[in-house]
Design a protein around this ligand. Structure first.
Ligand SMILES: O=C[C@H](O)COP(=O)(O)O
Length: 245
């Protein structure tokens, strides 16, 4: 099964209109050759030029459709601002905003119902890895979303982000990542065997221009979710080019 690679940028709480312009210019010639997604802070979504060959995404989405939810951003608002994807369940939201598996499942369903592609993030902490609980943790995170709603899988993209590798400079090795990606795909096959073969599973955690090529050669790694390196247009462009088939 060949899956086209997707390289996604998560700017987190960084960025500026100057970076929007720089990245748009830098990616102009690259974007048609590889699937690229930029997830800037929501306030910058509308700053992107309307004609661009990459996709835009939100970094989060409300589980609610509309209403009195101060500070939250609905799927409809994201769509109106040009987004076609939304990150859901990033570990920083699970940790700092206390997001539960149940809330994350509701957000995935809300995104799909509105026509946004959810990019669901999963992964284990260092302590969980050291206690050999990685597979158990990931199986639970996946089951929370797909066990009762397997139809959501064919509309999803996933990202495996070991929390110990995020922003630390210590990426998982290609072999470590591949092992977990294969496990994720096997778990997903329990819910929808066809969709499990087609779903893109990105790797995230200290991806940079040096380590991306080796990660992209692994059979179950379908791209990357890039944090820090996505704020450097030239380096991000190199990562995107490495993903070219
Ligand atoms: O969403 C992106 C991930 O958290 C990875 O961040 P990083 O590339 O800075 O480690």
């Amino acid at each position: 099964m060949s899956r086209k690679k997707l390289v996604a940028a998560n700017w987190k709480m960084n960025g500026s209109s100057a970076l929007v312009n720089m990245i748009s210019t830098t990616l102009q010639s690259i974007a048609p050759q590889v699937d690229i997604l930029i997830c800037p802070p929501a306030t910058l979504l509308s700053a992107f030029p309307t004609a661009h060959a990459f996709q835009l995404g939100g970094q989060d989405i409300s589980a609610h459709v509309a209403g009195a939810y101060t500070g939250q951003i609905s799927a409809e608002l994201l769509l109106a601002a040009g987004a076609r994807y939304a990150l859901v369940g990033h570990s920083e939201r699970r940790e700092y905003q206390f997001e539960t598996d149940q809330l994350i499942a509701a957000k995935v369903a809300t995104a799909v119902a509105a026509g946004l592609t959810p990019l669901l993030c999963i992964g284990e902490t260092l302590a969980e890895r050291q206690q050999e609980k990685t597979e158990q943790v990931i199986a639970k995170q996946l089951a929370a979303v797909y066990a009762s709603h397997p139809e959501l899988l064919q509309k999803s993209v996933l990202a495996y982000e070991p929390i110990w590798a995020i922003g630390t400079g210590e990426s998982a090795t290609p072999e470590q990542a591949q092992q977990i990606h294969a496990f994720i795909r096997a778990e997903l096959a329990k819910y929808d065997a066809d969709a499990a073969q087609q779903v893109k599973i990105l790797y995230g955690g200290s991806v940079n221009a040096e380590n991306c090529a080796a990660l992209f050669t692994q059979p179950d790694i379908d791209g990357a979710l890039v944090g820090g390196a996505s704020l450097k247009p030239e380096e991000f462009a190199q990562i995107c080019l490495s993903a070219k088939e």
